[in-house]
Design a protein around this ligand. Structure first.
Ligand SMILES: [Zn+2]
Length: 82
């Protein structure tokens, strides 16, 4: 009877170890997707990718765009107004 309880305990410990090993794998995988845990955005004017905190945000024709510099924002606005 004690053997059976030990077996169940062993199985439970193994199960929690396996599920514990799987969880950090998943979080490290999602970390690889975004650099330094920050989402990357594309500058539609020059095609540069940059972290969202460094980007200049602008809403043009109801769409949110991100730019690497004010120069790109100006040029993009110009090209959209044509
Ligand atoms: Zn740019």
């Amino acid at each position: 009877m004690i053997k059976l309880i030990l077996l169940i305990l062993c199985g439970f410990v193994l199960y929690s170890m396996v599920s514990g090993l799987l969880k950090p794998k998943n979080s490290s995988h999602s970390k690889n997707r975004s650099n330094e845990g920050e989402p990357m955005v594309e500058d539609p004017q020059c095609g540069t990718y940059l972290p969202v905190s460094d980007a200049i945000k602008a809403t043009i024709h109801g769409h949110q765009h991100y730019f690497c510099s004010k120069k790109c924002l100006k040029e993009y606005k110009k090209s959209q107004e044509k």
